[in-house]
Design a protein around this ligand. Structure first.
Ligand code: PLP
Length: 405
């Protein structure tokens, strides 16, 4: 059974006092804390096996290569991919999306074509497509949302046309917590032979993900948001697309042969992994995924759901709290405003009470514009947060309100 105290003991940072008490860390959508096993395992590989991968014949290089490729296998199993070579290690979600925008764009997008994103996307899932559209003279189209913060699925038929080359949509909104109907979206798109990229930066850690069941064409996420190290991320792509896409970066490891006249590129996945990759990060990420599996994904998700419902229900009862985004299906994130108090001031006051939250536009300026606000206060939960922490947050918000009135 899920043992919250045991889980909390696994995370050294959660034991730290910032001002007066152990930190109440509610900024998990920005980055998650790392379990000791990830910290230790990363240190172990650095101190015992550090050596560049793929190129060495010596023991250390072989050992490190083995760990790196085994990490790829762990990721493959975690997301239910069909082949290990469909897993490309990147530096994170942002790089994964840039890779697809560049490389898919080079292969498949022409002047007059269209890419569809939604109104609730993170800048990382807008700007790379905008850059592609500028390069190719293509058009970026936007799927509108409703005031509850849900995708307007009925608008799909007018936004998607026979010039649409790809739909890029977030699994879970980092500003609202909305869980998007990605399966339905993928079915709609595939009925028109359009591939779909899912930005899983906020999805993978809070939702079960099986890329074959989803049938998504690309799924991307960041290691640091799922209890792994920073600087490592994943691009899952279906073999049929990755095979046809040109490399994104040139350099070592992504080639089979090089002459000044012609270079023959390497096979998947190496074609997309030029230069020295973050092999230590990949091992750390795999350790984090195995750690989650060991605790039990189903138990984690169930606990998270209970904690989130409790927090949402508590926050909804405070009359001076305005929650931004009231979708029916939400997870892990609550964005809100305290009546007449600037989000920044709320965040600063909460910090003094040892509560870490995020304030601002959360890299979703078009979404904030839609709601006619500059930003929000965002609390975002992980499975190491507790009911007591939610209660403390609610009490602290009352204090903030009193102090400002
Ligand atoms: N997409 C979403 C939905 C996010 O929440 C984030 C980060 O907050 C990103 C993309 C970018 O992730 P990273 O900065 O790890 O590349």
């Amino acid at each position: 059974m899920f043992d919250i105290q045991k889980v909390r003991n696994d995370f050294p940072l959660l034991q730290n006092t910032i001002y007066k008490r152990p930190v109440v860390y509610l900024d998990n959508a920005a980055t998650t804390q790392k379990p000791r096993i990830v910290i230790d395992n990363t240190a172990e590989y650095l101190s015992k096996y550090n050596s560049n991968i793929h190129r060495g014949v010596h023991y250390l290089s072989e050992k490190m290569t083995e760990a790196y490729e085994s990490a790829r296998q762990t990721v493959k199993n975690f997301i239910g991919a069909a082949h290990h070579h469909e897993i490309i290690f990147t530096s994170g979600t942002t790089e994964s999306i840039n890779l697809v925008a560049f490389s898919f764009g080079e292969a498949f997008v022409e002047a007059g074509d269209e890419i569809v994103v939604s109104q609730m996307e993170h800048h990382s899932n807008i700007v790379p497509w905008q850059m592609l559209c500028e390069r190719k003279n293509a058009h970026l189209k936007v799927l509108p949302i409703t005031y509850t913060g849900e995708l307007n699925m009925t608008a799909l038929t007018s936004v998607v046309t026979n010039r649409t080359k790809l739909i890029a949509i977030t699994h879970v909104s980092n500003s609202l917590g909305t869980i998007n109907p990605i399966k339905e979206m993928i079915q709609f798109a595939h009925a028109r032979s359009i591939p779909v990229l899912i930005d899983g930066a906020q999805g993978i850690q809070h939702q079960p993900v099986n890329v074959q069941e989803l049938d998504c064409d690309f799924y991307v996420f960041s290691g640091h948001k799922i209890y792994g190290p920073t600087g490592i991320g994943v691009l899952y792509g279906k073999e049929k697309w990755l095979e046809k896409m040109p490399p994104y970066k040139g350099g070592g490891d992504m080639i089979k042969t090089v002459t000044f006249e012609k270079t023959i590129y390497n096979d998947l996945p190496f074609k997309f992994e030029a230069g020295t990759t973050n092999f230590i990060g990949a091992v750390g990420l795999a350790t984090a995924l195995r750690y989650l599996n060991d605790i039990g994904r189903a138990d984690i998700l169930k606990y998270e759901e209970e904690l989130y419902s409790y927090a949402l229900q508590k926050m909804q009862t405070i009359d001076y709290v305005r929650i931004i985004g009231t979708a029916e299906h939400k997870t892990s994130i609550i964005s809100f405003l305290l009546q007449n108090i600037h989000p920044f001031d709320t965040g600063m006051m909460l910090d003094k009470m040892d509560i870490a939250v995020r304030t601002g536009n959360h890299c979703t300026q078009p979404l904030m514009k839609f709601f006619g606000i500059e930003g929000t206060v965002r609390v975002s939960f992980a499975f190491y947060n507790t009911i007591e922490e939610v209660d403390y947050l609610v009490e602290s918000l009352k204090k903030v309100k009193q102090l400002f009135s």
